[in-house]
Design a protein around this ligand. Structure first.
Ligand SMILES: *Cc1c(COP(=O)(O)O)cnc(C)c1O
Length: 393
């Protein structure tokens, strides 16, 4: 298998799965999850991976990641307790939400989670009160206007306040161990990472001079998956980040918090056309999955999903795609070029695993899309190898 090929079902597999399990259907490849984890390990061998489970907390993904020895990035009491119930020790989790709830810190005490991030003085007080033995990392703000989803608009201490906050955490009796950042989700160049490493190096030096020896650097998530019309070279990016880590942080323990990269390409959605109409001279296609379901990523993740119809012929029309609910907001795509479709046609949406089902709702009484694990069903639906390996964009 070439490393730049990702999980994508063939037309035959899509048809068989749809007739066997119905639609909307989410098909999860655990082999793809494993491969994604291994790619990150291969190109960044010193980095301890903490899967950011908010991207997709499906229990089978958590299980596979736990079995491979991954650590986890958690953000709430619910995520901590879910992993704890699976037998993942608190030592393998970082509570990487810089603004924590009381019940979250309580879950830390119950489950043995001691590693956490902070970016304000008010958080130091909370941690000191509820988890006085915590090991803390300062979350640093890294401006990156090129990020697909820029988390630095909400989180992170300004560089000029960083040392004072770290000294304050030390005063409060916390084990101040290092620095964390997140360059923004779906970052398609190594530049923002290298820029962040420069800033972090300066801060490590400044801390050392102030008598604070830092030993952990958490480079966050942001690692990209293939995206229509966007070109990048992931192995090259990871090699550059890794080389810089070796140069500038040879002795430091390095962590990362990938979310999207681990799960994004591991899920394919199969959805059906349930209604067709025409408005203002444009076809409208209604699907059995919408904005309140898997396509919630259109809103929360500003993601532009690929739709494959398996139609032959060259005819293409600009169409509107809407979901099944009675809300007029439930429109996913406008002016999207597609082959003409009919009721009953199946569409395949590859690379549909990150920030999709995780934010789906049951609004209007529609069930969340069912999941099947590809490796468990493929023998039964496809006696011969059925996934085609699509080139990474
Ligand atoms: C969401 C999040 C991640 C995961 O980011 P991706 O872009 O999906 O890799 C990692 N760390 C923190 C603190 C996050 O909030």
């Amino acid at each position: 298998m070439r490393r730049d090929k990702h999980f994508q079902l063939s037309r035959e597999a899509v048809e068989k799965l749809a007739s066997q399990y119905g639609t909307p259907l989410l098909v999860l490849s655990l082999e793809e999850v494993k491969k994604n984890y291994q790619v990150l390990k291969k190109y960044m061998p010193r980095v301890r991976i903490h899967y950011a489970i908010k991207a997709n907390p499906h229990p089978e993904i958590l299980r596979v990641m736990a079995d491979m020895g991954s650590c986890f990035d958690v953000a709430s009491d619910g995520e901590i307790r879910t992993l704890n119930a699976m037998g993942v020790e608190g030592g393998r989790m970082i509570y990487a939400n810089p603004v924590k709830l009381g019940v979250g810190l309580e879950a830390c005490r119950d489950c043995g989670v001691t590693k956490m991030t902070f970016d304000s003085a008010s958080e130091i007080e909370k941690i000191k009160k509820q988890c006085p033995d915590a090991t803390v990392l300062l979350r640093l703000r890294i401006d990156n206007s090129s990020a697909h989803v820029d988390l630095n608009k909400k989180f992170g201490a300004a560089r000029e306040n960083a040392l004072a906050l770290m000294l304050q955490a030390k005063q409060a009796g916390l084990d101040i161990a290092g620095v964390a950042f997140h360059v923004g989700s779906q970052t398609v160049s190594s530049d923002p990472y290298l820029h962040a490493l420069d800033i972090a190096r300066g801060l490590f030096d400044e801390a050392e001079a102030a008598g604070l020896h830092l030993r952990i650097l958490d480079i966050g998530g942001g690692f990209p998956i293939p995206e229509p019309k966007v070109k990048f070279n992931l192995p090259e990016m990871l090699k550059q980040i890794s080389a810089r880590l070796n140069e500038d942080f040879p002795e430091t323990e390095i962590w990362a918090e990938p979310g999207r990269y681990i799960c994004g390409t591991a899920v394919n959605l199969i959805t059906s056309v349930i209604g067709v109409t025409e408005r203002g001279g444009q076809p409208w296609y209604f699907l059995d999955e919408g904005l309140y379901g898997t396509f919630s990523g259109v809103i929360f993740d500003q993601w532009d999903f690929k739709l494959l119809s398996f139609k032959e012929g060259d005819e293409r029309v600009a169409a509107t795609f809407a979901g099944p609910s009675c809300d007029s907001l439930d429109i996913m795509f406008r002016g999207r070029m597609t082959a003409p479709l009919e009721v009953g046609d199946l569409l395949l949406v590859p690379a549909c695993g990150a920030y999709t089902s995780a934010s789906a709702t049951t609004f209007n009484g529609f069930s969340k899309a069912r999941f099947v694990v590809w490796e468990e069903v493929k023998e039964e639906v496809m006696p011969v190898a059925a996934e085609i390996l699509a080139p990474a964009v």
